[in-house]
Design a protein. Structure first.
Length: 104
């Protein structure tokens, strides 16, 4: 069951569904990356940033600029590995749920 708390929606367990979605998407991409046999030079960068996103999701209130920075680093590291495109898209969608970073 979802209910509103101010502007945010939370699940019956009190978790923000955006955080749950981010954690789910990051887990999926981590599994896809781990199972991908190909080698590419920035694989470690992608793995490190996925770990950072996972930690932010577990922390509960990720910072939007940091989320977006990690997403860009992951996308750059994975490059054009088409086998990972759907899982990467899911991470982008999950990050977008948090909205745009504040304008400077």
């Amino acid at each position: 069951m979802l209910k509103s708390v101010g502007q945010e929606r939370v699940t019956g367990s009190g978790e923000d569904p955006r955080v749950v979605e981010l954690h789910t998407a990051v887990s999926r991409l981590r599994r896809a990356l781990a199972g991908h046999p190909g080698r590419f030079p920035d694989r470690a960068v992608a793995e490190d940033e996925l770990a950072a996103l996972d930690a932010m999701a577990r922390g509960g209130a990720p910072e939007i600029p940091r989320l977006r920075r990690s997403l860009l680093l992951i996308a750059g590291a994975i490059g054009s590995v088409s086998a990972l495109a759907a899982a990467l898209r899911d991470v982008r969608v999950a990050v977008d749920l948090f909205g745009e970073p504040p304008q400077r």
